[in-house]
Design a protein around this ligand. Structure first.
Ligand code: CA
Ligand code: CA
Ligand code: CA
Ligand code: CA
Length: 262
């Protein structure tokens, strides 16, 4: 006998079995059934209006397809003759799937460091979720769930495999980190979230700028040494050593540079 039972069947659910046939009469005919011991099912006998005994499998404990997808039981029909005669059949139970597992990400928070100026289309990171169900109930689709406006035009995600790629110009000087939410949804509508932390690393992509703020010119020829001729600022938008600036002036002029602050 082949039975299909959904894994969400509740304890107490009943599954009628095909009756055994015994053409003898009275005590020589079918008297009862025995079921092989198992943790999930017990056997109950019901007497039909015509006097025939109908066996039913009764579920005692919830099934879980993800733990055990099939069960093999043995049913023995016993008569009351002398000698006693028996007949045996196998019951094969296929546990069918329900969408009782959401997708689960391998990490709650993924972290990645990226150099600024990464070529467009570069792989940023691949997120991965698994779903223990089968078929469409385990088919996962990935999408951004909570993505800042600033990141929307910079990153894209492949709905089928969770690969996040860059699709714009990453500029450390503009924004140096992003937090992007990703949702994985199965074909039955169950979903889970993770968070991707993207840190942008500085590259030395800015040249120092010199800004003349004021020039006192002309100046008298008898100006004293130490007279201020011009004020200027120098800066570099990069970070750390990439943004450190030194200034010097050519050697053969009667001027020098002094620093009014750092
Ligand atoms: Ca399932
Ligand atoms: Ca699922
Ligand atoms: Ca620089
Ligand atoms: Ca830079």
């Amino acid at each position: 006998m082949d039975l299909e039972i959904n894994e969400l069947a509740q304890p107490g659910a009943r599954f009628p079995l095909e009756p055994a046939q015994d053409p003898d009469v009275g005590a020589n005919s079918l008297q009862h059934y025995q079921l092989s011991p198992n943790p999930y099912f017990v056997l109950e006998l019901k007497e039909n209006p015509d006097g025939k005994k109908q066996a039913e499998l009764v579920l005692e404990k919830p099934l879980d397809r993800e733990k055990q997808s099939s069960q093999h039981l043995i049913l023995i029909a016993v008569d009351g003759g002398d000698p006693i005669r028996t007949g045996t059949t196998q019951i094969k139970i296929s546990v069918t799937d329900a969408n009782d597992n959401p997708p689960v990400f391998s990490e709650e928070i993924y972290k990645v460091n990226l150099k600024e100026n990464l070529p467009e289309g570069s792989l940023v990171l691949q997120v991965k979720a698994i779903d223990e169900d089968e078929g469409t109930y385990s088919k996962i689709t990935y999408s951004f769930s909570n993505i800042p406006q600033s990141a929307r035009h910079l990153f894209s995600i492949d709905p089928n495999n969770g690969r996040i790629t860059s699709k714009g110009f990453l500029d450390f000087e503009e924004i140096n980190s992003y937090i992007v939410g990703v949702v994985a949804r199965d074909g039955g509508g169950l979903a889970n979230h993770c968070s991707v932390h993207i840190q942008i690393l500085d590259e030395n992509d800015n040249v120092p700028e010199v800004i003349l703020t004021s020039v006192f010119s002309p100046i008298p020829e008898d100006s004293l040494s130490g007279t201020v001729i011009a004020l200027m600022k120098a800066r570099d938008r990069d970070d750390g050593g990439n943004g450190e600036v030194t200034c010097r002036i050519q050697d053969n002029v009667p001027f020098q540079i002094t620093f009014s602050s750092n």
